[in-house]
Design a binder for this molecule. Structure first.
Ligand code: FAD
Ligand code: MLT
Ligand code: ZN
Length: 462
């Protein structure tokens, strides 16, 4: 270890205490590799401050040492933005785990950035309120990470993505100063809206320490249906019809054929309905009153395009249907290390994209498998590419998929962010003027490039 790092380590230890400055490789390893295993970095130091004040001191000391930081929450991000790929210092928010009392009158709560989604869900449940964003990584992903990535998940069509939930934010800037605006006023036009700026900033502009979130009434009655379709077009049209006709619609998720068969094999349960179908929707309706009749009527109206239907009304039968969607990420990772391409297409291009994508990939390399699933209600398809020989797919595959998305007018990142995985493709969706505006914002808030300097923005031509 260099003298510079030893000296920094000593100073950081005085701020966070011995137990929260990790140096041994076996202790830092878990902070250095991402959830998928695709992105493996290394770090000399992991620092775990206990509060905003300590975190600000940490940022100042790292900046003084001329080093860079990767902020890390639950490390469930899927684009290589949360791990130290260039030897950065990892600042973990794991100890910022305070949940303040729920403000029942305002239907809001202030949470530490390191609170996991499941902790937040449990905390607000006793007030019969819910957090608007839910996703399968709920046991590990944190409120700070969810804001930093503007996470989406399964209920975006009802409540919006994470940005829509954030009413106020506290964060440490790259110079160690703290911005804090947690009053939670629904209307507050006093200049730039910093929560919106930090949502989706992927740790490049500030480290979020606390957030004030909007909550929503808990909807106690739910029903879930799985619908099988023989064509992708039918599934896309059915999604549009359901969005029009079911006011209590809570989620419209999708699995396409290869992904459904993979997850079914992984969990050891047969494909529940329509085994030879091309697509399965998982549709959930939720309300204060029973939404079953409304959902059943809308499914009837879809007519013969629905090949088969399975319905879940109690928790166990609903969970049985949901497990096929919730466990698909795990099923793919159990088979290999995927390249994950998370994209959105406009409704009119979805079917074309999903049908053509396998041939776009196989034209480059015939020894790859493509698994697709996602949040069809938001036009969001998760394309996962695995090499059949157990190796890694080439970066050319990412380029081909993302260029195809851009050609169809879609977004190369629906909800996971840009990270390091997609920064060299940002130009596919953003003009030179936009990227230059991004750089100006980054430079204004972090002139010394302390915070996640290798994430989101492509390297500038020298
Ligand atoms: P991390 O992975 O730790 O970090 C992600 C990014 O945010 C990094 O750039 C990091 O530097 C930055 N960051 C973290 N904390 C802070 C902070 N306090 N301040 C500033 N920057 C910070 N994502 C979805 O959008 N929808 C899904 O449905 C979804 N499902 C998933 C299912 C599984 C099984 C898995 C493994 C992942 C899934 N994800 C999904 C991706 C991931 O869970 C989200 O991106 C999540 O928001 C990341 O939170 P995290 O705390 O793990 O952040
Ligand atoms: C999901 O919707 O399940 C996630 O975004 C995770 C993934 O893409 O694997
Ligand atoms: Zn997703």
């Amino acid at each position: 270890m260099s003298d510079e790092i030893s000296d920094l380590g000593r100073k950081l230890r005085t701020v966070v205490g011995d137990n929260h400055l990790l140096q041994d490789a076996d202790l830092t390893a878990g902070y250095s590799t991402d959830w998928t295993g695709r992105f493996q970095g290394h770090t000399p130091l992991v620092v775990r401050p206990a509060n905003t004040f300590e975190l600000a001191q940490v940022v100042i000391l790292v900046a003084e040492a001329g080093l860079a930081i990767v902020p890390q929450g639950g490390n469930t991000g899927l684009v290589g933005g949360s791990v130290p790929l260039n030897g950065e210092i990892v600042v973990s928010t794991v100890r910022l785990d305070q949940c303040e009392a729920v403000d029942q009158l305002a239907q809001q709560v202030t949470l530490g950035a390191g609170v996991t989604l499941v902790q937040a869900q449990n905390h607000v449940a006793s007030s019969s309120l819910v957090i608007g964003v839910d996703l399968a990584a709920r046991d590990s992903c944190t409120i700070g990470g969810m804001i930093a990535t503007n996470a989406g998940g399964i209920n975006v069509l009802r409540y919006g993505a994470m940005r829509e939930q954030v009413l106020g934010i506290e964060a440490v800037l790259a110079d160690g100063s703290v911005i804090s605006h947690l009053e939670g006023l629904e209307k507050d036009n006093t200049g730039y809206h910093l929560p919106s700026l930090l949502a989706g900033s992927e740790g490049t502009l500030a480290i979020i320490t606390r957030a004030r979130l909007r909550l929503h009434p808990y909807l106690p009655v739910r029903c879930t249906a799985m619908l099988a379709f023989s064509s992708v077009e039918d599934a896309v049209e059915a999604t549009s019809a359901l969005k029009r006709s079911v006011p209590s619609l809570h989620a419209v998720e999708v699995l396409f054929s290869d992904a459904m068969h993979l997850v079914s094999e992984h969990i050891g349960s047969a494909v529940p309905i329509g085994e030879k179908s091309a697509a399965w929707l998982i549709v959930e309706a939720a309300g204060s009153n029973d939404p079953l009749e409304e959902l059943a009527g809308a499914i009837d109206d879809l007519g013969a395009v629905v090949v088969d239907v399975g319905v879940g009304v109690d928790t166990s039968s609903r969970n049985n249907l949901w497990q096929y969607r919730e466990k698909v990420t795990e099923a793919i990772s159990a088979k290999g290390t995927p390249h994950k391409l998370d994209v959105t297409l406009g409704a009119s291009k979805l079917a074309e994209f999903i049908s053509q994508l396998p041939s776009v990939v196989s034209a480059l390399d015939g020894d790859l498998s493509v698994y697709m699933f996602g949040h069809l209600g938001d036009g969001n398809v998760h394309v996962n590419v695995l090499a059949n020989n157990g190796g890694a797919p080439s970066e050319r595959v990412d380029a081909a998929v993302l260029e195809y998305v851009a050609k169809l007018g879609g977004s190369i990142s629906a909800e996971h962010g840009i990270g390091t995985a997609k920064k060299n493709f940002l130009h596919l969706n953003r003009t030179t003027a936009e990227i230059s505006a991004f750089r100006s914002i980054k430079h204004a808030l972090d002139p010394q490039q302390v915070l996640n300097p290798h994430v989101l923005l492509p390297q500038e031509d020298s």
